[in-house]
Design a protein around this ligand. Structure first.
Ligand code: GLA
Length: 392
């Protein structure tokens, strides 16, 4: 039974050798950026609330050299493609590359052209932010080819612009910030309204169980939920509350508002306001090493996603319930939702046994064994140029 995918070939090495293989020379540099797990604070980042993610130890690497035109290749199919960044290519992974190029060109930060080879160990569509890993690594590689160096926060902003403005996913800023700015051994409490970041130590491994159900942020449900939150905000204002974001609403005001705002908007409102409070509590629990309390908040967060935000799926609900029944400290669906991965806190001394039991229980219900692996909090974007590695 497959229990762990801890060993995987390094994407930096893979991207460099793919580059050599397809383009016949060594790349000038290779940037890599991590995917992320969001511990808690789901769908709060575009509602002015807090999030508590960390960078995982799986990365996307982009090896590159300057060129006259734009040519890309990915380890997924190994096909070398010429791209025209002035023409968006919806639905293709190259849309993210094109989006980054346009954003950089508009700011005078892009090289004239480039050859890029991409390799990744971040599962795609698993709610682990494979798209931010790709845009942040691409932005770092391209800026690097111009000889410039930008602060990680500026790279996060460029990558956000690429995904939000160019690819057209109305995402918040969480994923790009973590992928660019995370510190090894730390989760990040990001207050999205103020931009304040607190790095909270996280030294133990966290488990991920992949439901196997795939979603794409470009498929519409994500943008729909975001729009529902906007309607909820409008309804709240009609009730006389002067707020800029749902995340500003005081928990004490919630009950009458949920009575006044009809479903589904009232439900979305209840999720965002309760999740905002839970996320701040969770950051305190993590900082105070109270894993029991953190776990309890995770389960409450999952229940809120299931019942109020309606962004879970039966496979994720099963994994959360099963993990808790088997002795986990906490569990919840992570990321945009409708599938992807469930994050599980396991008591370290019993993890191996519990993982097998949870997988077997899932197999009995759904037929397949969910892939599970442990991840530790890793660092943000890095650049490697002929033998040197820089952490931004
Ligand atoms: C996706 C988006 C993020 C965030 C999460 C949900 O990962 O890119 O901005 O909204 O979904 O919390």
């Amino acid at each position: 039974m497959e229990r762990s995918l801890v060993r995987h070939p390094g994407p930096v090495r893979q991207a460099i050798s793919l580059f050599r293989d397809r383009f016949g020379s060594a790349p000038v540099l290779c940037a890599s950026a991590p995917g992320r797990v969001n511990l808690i604070g789901e769908h709060t980042d575009y509602n002015g609330g807090p999030v508590l993610p960390f960078a995982i130890d799986r990365r996307t690497a982009v090896a590159g050299s300057e060129d006259e035109g734009w040519t890309v290749v990915s380890q997924v199919d190994g096909t070398v493609r010429a791209i025209d960044p002035s023409r968006p290519e919806p639905g293709s992974w190259t849309a993210y590359i094109g989006g980054v190029v346009r954003v950089l060109q508009a700011r005078g930060l892009a090289p004239a052209g480039a050859r890029l080879a991409v390799a990744s160990s971040v599962p795609i569509g698993a709610g682990l932010s494979s798209s931010a890993a790709l845009t942040v690594a691409t932005a770092r590689a391209l800026v690097g080819l111009t000889g410039r160096r930008l602060p990680p926060a500026a790279l996060a902003d460029l990558a956000y612009r690429a995904e939000h403005d160019e690819v057209g996913v109305r995402c918040g800023r969480m994923d790009q910030i973590v992928s660019a700015q995370a510190r090894p051994g730390h989760a990040m409490l990001i207050e999205t309204a103020s931009g304040a970041i607190t790095h909270v130590p996280l030294h133990h491994a966290v488990w991920l169980f992949d439901t196997g159900i795939r979603h794409r942020l470009t498929d519409g449900q994500y943008n729909r939920r975001r729009q529902e939150c906007e309607v909820a905000l409008q309804r709240v204002r009609e009730q006389g509350h002067r707020v800029d974001h749902l995340g500003e609403i005081a928990p004490n005001d919630l009950a009458p508002l949920v009575r006044a705002v009809p479903a589904p908007w009232g439900l979305r409102l209840r999720h965002v306001v309760s999740e905002t409070a839970r996320t701040r509590e969770a950051a305190k629990a993590l900082a105070g090493h109270d894993l029991g309390e953190l776990g309890r908040l995770l389960v409450e967060g999952h229940e809120s996603l299931r019942r109020d935000f309606e962004s879970s799926c039966p496979e994720a609900d099963h994994l959360v319930e099963s993990a808790m029944r088997h002795g986990a400290l906490g569990a919840r669906l992570t990321g945009a939702g409708s599938g992807g991965a469930v994050v599980v806190l396991l008591p370290p001394d019993q993890a191996a046994r519990l993982v097998t039991e949870i997988q077997e229980h899932f197999r009995q219900a759904f037929g397949g064994v969910p892939i599970a692996w442990a991840t530790k909090a890793s660092g943000g974007v890095r650049l490697r140029t002929s033998g040197r590695t820089r952490s931004s």
